[in-house]
Design a protein around this ligand. Structure first.
Ligand SMILES: [Ca+2]
Ligand SMILES: [Ca+2]
Ligand SMILES: [Ca+2]
Ligand SMILES: [Ca+2]
Length: 270
């Protein structure tokens, strides 16, 4: 019995150490991701009771602001006023990344009644995209994860039919090449998507990509305050000979595709 008590005591101490440590890591992630003054984390710490507690993922939370004027999907970022958010957690292939000049990424979000707009900036030393269709992640590309049933699935650790994984090919062969979008999940909706608008401009080692995703893609009707699971990532390949995902960065530190509770979240703001 004495030994068991010691084991339990050690377990309690370990949990006590691990739990606040993970909280600190997540909090620093959020602060780094979002410089907007209306960061919700500070609201929660103020001790002000809110009538309806809003659950957010502490992995990383981002906002998309409503735009009355749709951005022109042309690869030119000058029509965006949204805050720029980093996507620089190395999820895969850190050993293949020599530094920020090899791969670094940030993004902006906006929305209106018809589209979720995504603007991605990839600092990348070499543009390589020779893969196609469901293999497009083996070239320079974007990945968007979206859980359209955020609250009902808040504690659901497995993918279901409202969890989307979408790949964006910013240009086959070159940034000026043909664009394509592909849905891997939900698996019952897998396939290319022709109605996702994509445009790319690359200059001085930076690839800028604008994407317009119809809300019908996610089978949702957007409204202010709507809340979804969300994560954005970029894949880098610098090998002209072999199609491969050398490095993958995300705005979420511990993003695991198969477990939506590891994703971040997205709130639609007015
Ligand atoms: Ca534009
Ligand atoms: Ca690179
Ligand atoms: Ca889901
Ligand atoms: Ca590359």
């Amino acid at each position: 019995m004495n030994h068991i008590s010691k084991v339990i005591l050690v377990l309690i101490i370990c949990i006590g150490i691990a739990f606040p440590f993970s909280g600190v890591v997540q909090a620093s992630n959020i602060m780094g991701d979002d410089t907007a003054p209306e960061e919700p984390a500070t609201d929660g710490q103020g001790g002000v009771a809110t009538p309806t507690p809003i659950r957010v993922r502490m992995n990383g939370t981002v906002k998309a602001y409503y735009t009355a004027v749709a951005p022109s999907i042309d690869g030119d970022w000058t029509d965006w006023s949204a805050p720029e958010m980093p996507a620089r957690f190395v999820v895969v292939g850190g050993q293949h990344r020599s530094g920020v000049s090899d791969l670094d990424a940030s993004f902006k979000l906006a929305w209106d009644e018809n589209y979720l707009y995504v603007a991605v900036k990839m600092r990348d030393d070499l543009y390589v995209q020779n893969a196609r269709i469901d293999q497009l992640y083996k070239g320079d590309s974007i990945e968007i994860l979206f859980d359209s049933e955020f609250y009902n699935d808040f504690d659901n650790t497995t993918l279901n039919n409202d969890d989307y994984q979408i790949g964006i090919n910013p240009g086959h062969g070159s940034p000026k090449g043909p664009k394509e979008a592909y849905v891997w999940y939900p698996s019952n909706q897998a396939g290319p998507r022709e109605d996702i608008d994509i445009a790319t401009i690359r200059s001085r080692g930076i690839t800028r990509i604008e994407v317009g995703i119809p809300w019908t893609t996610f089978n949702v009707v957007p409204e202010t305050g709507a809340h979804y699971g969300f994560a954005l990532g970029v894949s880098d390949n610098d090998d002209q000979v072999r199609d491969q995902q050398q490095t993958f960065l995300s705005n979420i530190r511990k993003r695991v595709l198969s477990n939506p509770t590891t994703w971040g979240d997205l709130t639609l703001m007015q």
